[in-house]
Design a protein around this ligand. Structure first.
Ligand code: ADP
Ligand code: ADP
Length: 605
C-alpha cells in the first residue's frame, strides 16, 4: 500500500486554528517529524507521507477539514501521471483519444478531468509524480511507450496535432475577448462554415452585441461556435452544456458531432443525456475528489454510462458506488385523487413588460414531484414566482397563503441567507425541523454533497458550486408544504445531481409535501418527476404552461417540436436520445412516439 496525505491548502488556516495537526500527531509527540509547518508552503503544514503512520488523528482534529489520508495499492503507483505538488492531488491514468471518435469523460468534480484535458491538449506536461526535477516531454513519452495513448501523445509532442480547447469557465472570455460576436466570428472562421454552424447554434439575438455584454448562455454558444470554426485535429469541449437550456443543449450537441468529423474529440459533461448523445465511447473517472482520481479503461458510451450509474466497472473489477442509480419510471403516470390534492391553481395570466405568460389550470398531490421543462425566457421562473406569491397574477388567483413555501431561486445570492456561516444555518434549521437533524439527512444530503466540510466557512466566501449545494440543502432542510427548486443542477457535478434528485424525492415523501423542479438536465427531470409541466411559446414574447401531465405525454409533446426521439435504456431505465436518422429514430417518428417508454435497444457500433 502507498500512503497519500493531501492537504487542501485553500481552506487550511494555520493562523486561525490551534495547529491541531502538528500538536496531536503521535509521531511528532514521539520526537520524529510527520507534520510540520513549512516555508515551502508559506507557513502552512506539510505531512511527510513516508513517516506518517496513517492514524488519521490530524484528519479528525483539523477544524477546517483540510486533511485527507488514504492508502492505495502499490500497483496503482505505476500509473501515476501527475501530482500537483507535496500533499497535493494525484492523477492516475489517462483516457486514449481516438481519431474520428468522440471521447466522453464522466466523473465528480475535483477528480482530475480538467487536469487530464490539459495534458491531452499539451497545456500541461505531466510530472509523473516527480516533484523535484520536472520530467521533459521526451521522458514522459518514454513512460507511455507501449501504451495505447503513446501514438496520440507523440503526435502532440511533435506538434502534429492542432488543438482547440473550449474551456470550462466561459465567463472569463468577457474580460479577454474584445469586439462584437459578428466581428470575432468573421475573424476566426478557418473553414468557411459560419452559416452552417449558425443554423445549429442560434446566435442571432446577440450577433451585434459586444462580447463583454453577453449572458452566460450566449457566451457558451459563442465559445462553442468559435471552437467549431477552427480547423483543428483535436477539439476539446469542457462542459459545453453549462448555462444552456434544454433546447440549446440538444442543438449544440448536434453541432459538435456534425462539425468535428474526422478529428479527435474530447467532451467533459455532467448532463448524462447530453454526454450520452455526443460521445462514442467514455472513460469514467473515480477516486476521491481533491485527493486522487483514476481514469478507467474506455467503454462504449452505453455500457460506460450504465457502469457509472450501476457503480461497477467490470474491466477493472471496481465498485465505485454503494447504491446503484436506477430510473424506474415505467408507467408512473397517474391521476391525482381529489383527497390527495395538496394545491390547485386555475388558469392564470401574467404580463411582464412585453412578455405574456398563460398557465393552464392544474393540481399537485401530496408527496408528488412535478418537473418543469422548456427553453429559457419562456416564463418558468415567472410561474414559480406566481406560485410562491412573489408576483400577483393579472387573471386567476393562487391560493398559497396558508401554505409554507421553501424556494431555491435560479440565481442564488449570498444576501438571501440570514446566517453568517454554514454551521450557523444548519444549527438553526435543525432546531426548527427534525428532518434536518435526522441521520438520513446528515448522511445522504449533508455528507454526500460535502456540506459537512464547509461548516466553518462564511456563506459569502462559498464558490458558485458550494453555494448552490448549500442553498439546495437549506431549502430541503426547511419545514414547508411546497418546495420550489429552480435549476438545482446548475454548477454541480453528475453525482451531486443524482444525490439531489434522491434527496428531493425523499424529503417530499417524508414530509408529504410537494415539489416543483425546473431543470434543463433531462436525466434529472426524468429521475425525479412524477409528472411534468411543459412550457412552449416564443421565448421573450409569450409562454404557455401546460397542465401537469405524464412524462410520456409531456415529453412526447415537447420532443415532437424539437424533432428529437428518446428511448429507455434496458439495463438502467435511463432516457437516451436516439441518433438522428437511426432505425429507432425513424421508427418512433413514424408511430409518433417521441418519448418511448418501452425498453428498446439501439445497436451500438
Ligand atoms: P475536475 O476537472 O475533475 O473538477 P481538476 O482536474 O480541475 O478536477 O482538479 C483535480 C484536483 O486537483 C482538484 O482537487 C484541484 O483542487 C487540484 N488542482 C488543480 N489544479 C491545481 C494546481 N495548480 N495546484 C494544486 N492543486 C490543483
Ligand atoms: P425562464 O425562467 O423560462 O427563463 P422567465 O420567467 O425568467 O423565463 O422570464 C420570461 C420573460 O419575461 C423573459 O423574456 C424575461 O426577460 C421577462 N421578464 C421577467 N421578469 C420581468 C420583469 N420584471 N419585467 C419585464 N420583463 C420580465
Amino acid at each position: 500500500m502507498v500512503r497519500i496525505a493531501v492537504i487542501d491548502y485553500d481552506v487550511c488556516r494555520p493562523s486561525k486554528c490551534n495547529l491541531e495537526c502538528v500538536r496531536f500527531c503521535p509521531i511528532n509527540k514521539s520526537g520524529s517529524k510527520a507534520v510540520e509547518l513549512s516555508e515551502v508552503k508559506n507557513g502552512k503544514p506539510i505531512i511527510y507521507e513516508a513517516v506518517c503512520v496513517g492514524c488519521s488523528i490530524c484528519v479528525r482534529k483539523c477544524p477546517y477539514k483540510a486533511i485527507t489520508i488514504t492508502n492505495l495499492p502499490d500497483e496503482l503507483e505505476k500509473r501515476l501521471v501527475h501530482r500537483y505538488g507535496i500533499n497535493a492531488f494525484k492523477l492516475y491514468g489517462l483516457p486514449t483519444p481516438i481519431n474520428n471518435r468522440v471521447l466522453g469523460i464522466v466523473g465528480k468534480n475535483g477528480i482530475g478531468k480538467t487536469t487530464a484535458v490539459k495534458i491531452l491538449s499539451g497545456e500541461l506536461i505531466p510530472n509523473l509524480g516527480i516533484l523535484d526535477t520536472k520530467p521533459s516531454w521526451d521522458e514522459v513519452l518514454k513512460f507511455f511507450r507501449g501504451s495505447e495513448i503513446y501514438q496520440y501523445l507523440s503526435k502532440l509532442v511533435n506538434k502534429d496535432l492542432r488543438v482547440v480547447h473550449k474551456i470550462q469557465h466561459v465567463d472569463i472570455i468577457r474580460k479577454y475577448v474584445k469586439g462584437t460576436v459578428k466581428d470575432v466570428i468573421s475573424r476566426v472562421d478557418e473553414k468557411g462554415i459560419t452559416n452552417e454552424v449558425r443554423k445549429f447554434i442560434n446566435l442571432d439575438s446577440c450577433w451585434d452585441s459586444n462580447i463583454s455584454e453577453l449572458s452566460g448562455g450566449e457566451l457558451q454558444k459563442f465559445a462553442i461556435t468559435v471552437a467549431l470554426l477552427r480547423a483543428a485535429d483535436v477539439y476539446i469541449f469542457d462542459e459545453p452544456s453549462s448555462y444552456l437550456d434544454v433546447c440549446e443543449r440538444l442543438r449544440v450537441s448536434q453541432a459538435i458531432r456534425e462539425f468535428t468529423r474526422g478529428s479527435y474529440v474530447i467532451v467533459v459533461e455532467h448532463d448524462l443525456t447530453i454526454l450520452d448523445y455526443i460521445s462514442d465511447y467514455v472513460s469514467v473517472v473515480y477516486g476521491e475528489p481533491g485527493v486522487f482520481g483514476i481514469f478507467s479503461k474506455v467503454y462504449s458510451v452505453g455500457s460506460g454510462i450504465n457502469n457509472f450509474l450501476i457503480g461497477y466497472l467490470p474491466a477493472e473489477n471496481m465498485k465505485i458506488r454503494t447504491e446503484s442509480v436506477v430510473f424506474s419510471k415505467f408507467g408512473r403516470s397517474y391521476e391525482v385523487r381529489a383527497e390527495d390534492i395538496s394545491m390547485s391553481w386555475p388558469n392564470l395570466m401574467k404580463s411582464l413588460g412585453n412578455f405574456k405568460l398563460s398557465v393552464d389550470a392544474g393540481s399537485i398531490a401530496r408527496g408528488e414531484v412535478l418537473g418543469i421543462v422548456g427553453p429559457n425566457a419562456i416564463g418558468k421562473t415567472t410561474f414559480i414566482r406566481l406560485l410562491a406569491g412573489e408576483l400577483e397574477p393579472d387573471e386567476g388567483y393562487v391560493p398559497t397563503t396558508a401554505l409554507r413555501i421553501s424556494h431555491k431561486p435560479q440565481y442564488v445570492k449570498t444576501e438571501l441567507f440570514k446566517w453568517e456561516t454554514v454551521e450557523e444555518a444548519f444549527k438553526d434549521l435543525c432546531n426548527s425541523s427534525q428532518l434536518a437533524c435526522s441521520d438520513w439527512f446528515q448522511n445522504d444530503v449533508i455528507k454526500r454533497l460535502g456540506i459537512h466540510k464547509l461548516l466553518v466557512r462564511r456563506i459569502n466566501e462559498l464558490s458558485g458550486g458550494e453555494l448552490q449545494k448549500f442553498a439546495i440543502a437549506v431549502s430541503l432542510a426547511t419545514d414547508a408544504d411546497i418546495y420550489l427548486l429552480d435549476e438545482p443542477s446548475a454548477f454541480i457535478d453528475v453525482d451531486e445531481r443524482l444525490t439531489v434528485c434522491k434527496a428531493i424525492r425523499k424529503v417530499i415523501e417524508v414530509r408529504k409535501a410537494v415539489a416543483f423542479v425546473v431543470d434543463h438536465d433531462l436525466t434529472v427531470i426524468d429521475n425525479i418527476s412524477d409528472r411534468i409541466i411543459v412550457f412552449k411559446g416564443i421565448p421573450g414574447v409569450m409562454g404557455r404552461a401546460s397542465s401537469p401531465t405524464s412524462l410520456k405525454h409531456g415529453m412526447n409533446d415537447f420532443l415532437k417540436e424539437l424533432g428529437v426521439t428518446f428511448r429507455r435504456d434496458r439495463k438502467t431505465g435511463r432516457p437516451r436520445i436516439n441518433k438522428p436518422g437511426s432505425y429507432l429514430d425513424r421508427y418512433q417518428k413514424s408511430i409518433g412516439e417521441y418519448f418511448y417508454e418501452a425498453y428498446l435497444e439501439e445497436v451500438e457500433e
